[in-house]
Design a protein around this ligand. Sequence first.
Ligand SMILES: *Cc1c(COP(=O)(O)O)cnc(C)c1O
Length: 413
Amino acid sequence: MPQISAQKKQGAGSARQLENLARRYGTPLYVYDWNTIAAAWREFDQELTGIPHLICAAVKANANLALLGGLARLGSGFDIVSGGELARVLQAGGVAGRVVFSGVGKTRDEMDAALQAGVLLFNVESAPELALLEARARARRRPAGFGIRVNPNIAAPTHPHIATGLHRHKFGLTASAALALYEQTRASRWLQARGLSFHIGSQILDSKPLAAALVKILPLVHHLRQFAPLEYLDVGGGIGIDYRHGRAVPVRPFLAPLKKHLQASGLTLLLEPGRRLFAAAGLLLTRVLYIKDNARRRFVIVDAGHNDLIRPAFYDAYHRIAPLRPRAGAARRVDIVGPICETADFFARERRLAPVRAGDLLAIYDAGAYGFSLSSNYNARPRAAEVLLENGRARLIRRRETHADLMALEMEL
Ligand SMILES: *Cc1c(COP(=O)(O)O)cnc(C)c1O
């Protein structure tokens, strides 16, 4: 069973510090380590030395302002999928000229806000979306840089809910449909074909599909460049992490083939990592409320619920879980569950866990991506607080919500 010491290498704080934070800010509590995030960002940046590139952190993985601000100071760009994420990036000091706007359902208001801000690129996913973008660019007298998201029809070995690169998925367009759109917009004053994008899925641990998608798409890129001044090739995100063992997954095997194929192209590589930047840098601290034995099963009931971390319920995702202070005695199989009235409210099933008692703290590891950002107020539960460690110093970066916060937007009859 991995102990806190395993996590300590990543700098997420000693057991004592985490206990103090839990006492001070309560549980459930998200704790992130800034140095781990910065190191992951720099790993991408360094591996791409030698070719023009821009790393656009995927905001949907973790949208906390303090983290976005820190990334902006490193020089990061951002991949956004909504007007809300654009507002967050700008608020955090991000540069609009380093923002790419992805997503299949951008609204007119979201396009207007992004045109106003001056984002680098709209990654467009359909013909009607491109038509609306042209209309809004014309109305606002601001040319829009765009790329079409092409669906390479490549299977990514991952959970079906987070695979996106097949024609049966809603994302992107076929190469021929994309080509037709680029051709149609050649004469437009208000649309500038500046890029092309794809994103084949998330939590991918095999480097081959990404390179395969690139190789499949390069002929289209070369063809397009005969008439469109493409500058950017956006290969999306999707690099996974090792949720089972917490071992670092190097990014080089993913990036080296991209680098090789793009070296001589003069194109700027855009990369949109989310999970690989944030996941291993965060843990969710939760306190054991009760131990309950029912029939032959033991349930460890904790104060975090699937409203706080929904990945196990959503994707059957695995997270390492360990007591901060393992007690002596034999580990046994338990279900670690939350207080919410849903059978899907679990963090682990039939998992070997060292002995725990009510009041003990558990760390749920690798929760820094798609943890807080997917959290909700289900069961009228205030969302958790978030703390950031930097060089061992802790800072509250989002206070715990109150019941009053949750009711503040409603009108009583
Ligand atoms: C979600 C998403 C990403 C980030 O994916 P990760 O698996 O977190 O790296 C990047 N680009 C697009 C278009 C996305 O939808």
